[in-house]
Ligand binder design. Structure first.
Ligand code: KDG
Ligand code: MG
Length: 408
């Protein structure tokens, strides 16, 4: 099972993706996702210039050894670029191992712990009627859990609100824009805190008490503001409130927790278990939001989620469109196998992405399943990928009314 080739493929069908393809001497190929939104080429270079030369000649079966070697021999630890590159290698090697075994990856992870993976979709609207339409559209698509994001009077552009195309075509929220400089957006925490509870009151009034509802505050609040929001949302029984503060200050969550029983989800910008040490040990969160793609792959995510399980903390794996179908499929195999599964984020990719990445995972009646093809169940059409070369794209950023840069 010697590795004889490792190719980095950067493509941009609907958006940019970084894919690693590892090939063994007996012709088995495995895919890994190393997409880091807005910083894609740094991972592509890290892989091409510093990782691929180290992979050639290695035994593809030795996944744990490859992980530890890439993590420790770099000397410079953690960080999104390094951990996305390690994740790409790790997932590609798991794909190869599962193909060699003739099994879907989840079987090697212990087999299925459930029959389907509950997914949540993203509903949004510039006002309440538009939001209701979006929730109804998601229910019709089969979603049984819904994230709710809405515009706020006095703020021009709010994270998570899709511009509606008006022509009836599907238009999901995609924050990265294909422009040479990041777009500037605006923010006002007080306006947001005043507005949001009323939106959830309206949604519960229309859709009843049962529908699981989620919300993402996208790192914008101080601890005391987050505590106030969690408390104000308690009557609407959220499934979770996500990224209520910039959580690299892990201790801040103690304050939030003292004030609210709204469940908290954190971690999409984290990339190792170390970012969660206080959060998990002190049970300051309820859901781990890391992506397989940004957190060192299946090997590292399994360990992180097993650590979380000891504290009754569940998974909520990150699954926006900037996780490629390869990263998404890897997440689904883990979701199916672990015991402490919570929910899976699912934003469907566009038609061009589906042309480049042939997928075997399914979405039926609100539940995802990775399928039973050997490996992770995704194949890359390299000819199709070549038709969509990289295009510079950036996430936006925020300024307050007085011009101060704020968390986006
Ligand atoms: O690249 C940034 C996106 O992945 C992020 O903004 C999406 O917050 C997000 C979510 O919860 O999916
Ligand atoms: Mg988020």
């Amino acid at each position: 099972m010697k590795i004889v080739a490792a190719d980095v493929i950067v493509s941009s069908p609907d958006r940019n993706f970084v894919t690693l393809k590892i090939t063994t001497a007996d012709g088995i190929t495995g895919l890994g996702d190393g997409t880091l939104n807005g910083r894609e080429l740094s991972v592509a270079s890290y892989l091409r210039d510093h990782v691929v030369p180290l992979l050639l000649g290695r035994d593809a079966h030795r996944i744990e050894d490859a992980w530890q070697f890439l993590y420790r021999s770099a000397y410079w630890r953690r960080g999104p670029v390094t951990m996305a590159a390690i994740a790409a290698v790790d997932v590609a090697l798991w794909d190869i191992k599962a193909k060699a075994a003739g099994m879907p990856l989840y079987q090697l992870l212990g087999g299925a712990s459930r029959t389907g993976i509950m997914a949540y979709g993203h509903a949004s609207g510039r006002d309440v009627p538009e939001l209701f339409d979006s929730i109804r559209a998601h229910l019709e698509l089969g979603f049984r859990s819904i994230r709710v994001q809405t515009s706020v009077p006095g703020i021009n552009a709010v994270y998570g609100v899709a511009a509606q195309s008006g022509d009836g075509k599907r238009y999901d929220y995609e924050p990265a824009q294909r422009i040479p400089l990041p777009a500037e957006e605006d923010w006002d925490s007080r306006a947001y805190l005043r507005h949001l509870p009323g939106v959830f009151e309206a949604v519960r009034g229309e859709f009843g008490p049962e529908l699981p509802l989620l919300h993402d505050a996208h790192h914008r609040l101080t601890p005391i503001q987050a505590a106030r929001l969690g408390k104000a949302l308690e009557p609407y029984d959220l499934f979770w409130l996500e990224d209520c503060t910039p959580a690299e200050n892990q201790e801040a969550l103690r304050l939030v927790r003292q004030h609210t029983t709204t469940p908290l989800a954190i971690g999409e910008v984290f990339n190792t278990v170390w970012d969660y040490q206080t959060l998990i040990r002190e049970q300051l969160i309820d859901y781990v939001r890391s992506a397989v793609t940004h957190t060192g792959g299946i090997t590292a995510m399994r360990k992180l989620l097993d650590f979380a399980a000891q504290y009754q903390i569940k998974s909520g794996i990150h699954g926006p469109t900037d996780i490629s179908p390869v990263g998404m499929a890897a997440a689904l195999h883990l979701d199916l196998a672990i015991h402490n599964f919570g929910i899976q984020e699912y934003m469907r990719h566009g038609a061009l992405t589906d042309e480049v990445f042939r997928q075997s995972f399914t979405f039926t009646d609100g539940y995802l399943h990775p399928g039973d093809q050997p490996g992770i169940g995704v194949e890359l059409d390299e000819q199709a990928a070549a038709r969509f070369p990289y295009q510079p794209a950036y996430l936006p950023f925020n300024r307050l009314k007085d011009g101060t840069v704020h968390d986006w």
